[in-house]
Design a protein around this ligand. Structure first.
Ligand SMILES: NC(=O)c1ccc[n+]([C@@H]2O[C@H](COP(=O)([O-])OP(=O)(O)OC[C@H]3O[C@@H](n4cnc5c(N)ncnc54)[C@H](OP(=O)(O)O)[C@@H]3O)[C@@H](O)[C@H]2O)c1
Length: 265
């Protein structure tokens, strides 16, 4: 299959691109800077916040594949952390620009190509944070909720087209994500929100000790091979899976109480 993955320089994207290439797929991966090659993966330059770069990268991939795209995996993303009161408007804008608009910029070309083909899989990496608002990761959660809403609507629009829209919601994984998270100044925010610093350390600890990206990559390979995949997959530790079920099952005040105890807020 001909597959385009965004953000393959590290973490999930790198593991996914490598696993798909090892499975024999023709893989194209976007990067922003020079990185070690991955056998069987063709790199294409694109910053997902740049309309022109995304368009040029997509057109280039289409030239290389003869206009065919079987699978698009929207993976590129990053996180900003901190109490929402202290998140600067431009940082939240940037968060949405990378995670949400950075997906949207590909979609015109991807959807049009797949709709005309009459088949294709669009796989978007969301997060458990896209299913529940996480304290001190509110801007990040908002960007992932946006992906969830977009994909839910897109799935309906493409219902009769043969194009499948799948959202993957990972829990905490050990990737480059933690190191590049942009968090607001601790001192000022911690004075107003005493639980912030401890909570942030807890979040970072959970991520650093989380599952390995290869685990998610193996799940993506299986999803791609499925004729009738589900519309969403939560890929997470048993405790995080339980949290997702609890959100569905429990009354909102009770679920909020549990989440606030976990995060110490
Ligand atoms: N790790 C987790 O626990 C976790 C959990 C749930 C969801 N996710 C999601 O998984 C996805 C991948 O994250 P990761 O954990 O693998 O983190 P990562 O190791 O930091 O990888 C992020 C990738 O996105 C790329 N990227 C970031 N900003 C970009 C931009 N403006 N233009 C183009 N590419 C850009 C990065 O490229 P550069 O190297 O050039 O920065 C990198 O390739 C993200 O959408 C994230 O929200 C992660």
């Amino acid at each position: 299959m001909k597959i385009l993955v965004t953000g393959v320089s590290s973490g999930f994207g790198r593991a996914i691109a490598r696993a798909l290439a090892q499975d024999g797929h023709e893989v194209y991966g976007t990067i922003r800077k020079d990185v070690e090659p991955i056998a069987g993966v063709t790199y294409v330059r694109a910053d997902v916040t740049d309309d022109d770069q995304v368009k040029a990268a997509f057109d280039h991939v289409m030239e290389l594949t003869g206009g065919v795209l079987d699978v698009f995996i929207n993976n590129a993303g990053m996180g900003i952390g901190g109490p929402l009161e202290f998140c600067k408007t431009e940082d939240v804008q940037n968060q949405m620009d990378v995670n949400f608009m950075g997906m949207v910029r590909w979609m015109g070309g991807v959807i049009c190509t797949m709709r005309r083909q009459g088949y294709g899989k669009i796989i978007c990496i969301s997060s458990i944070g896209g299913l529940m608002g996480l304290p001190y990761q509110g801007a990040y959660s908002a960007s992932k909720f946006a992906i969830e809403g977009y994909c839910e609507a897109l799935r309906l629009e493409l219902r009769k087209s043969g194009v499948q829209v799948i959202v993957v919601e990972p829990g905490d994984f050990s990737t480059g994500f933690t190191a590049v998270r942009k968090s607001v100044e601790i001192s000022e925010a911690a004075a107003a929100y005493p639980s912030y610093e401890k909570s942030l350390r807890g979040i970072e600890h959970d991520e650093r000790n989380g599952l390995k990206p290869e685990y998610l990559a193996a799940r993506i390979c299986k999803i791609i091979a499925k004729k009738h995949p589900s519309s969403s997959y939560v890929v997470a530790s048993p405790l995080q899976l339980l949290a997702v079920f609890a959100k569905w099952l429990l009354p909102a005040p009770l679920f909020q109480k549990i989440l606030s105890l976990y995060y110490g807020v």
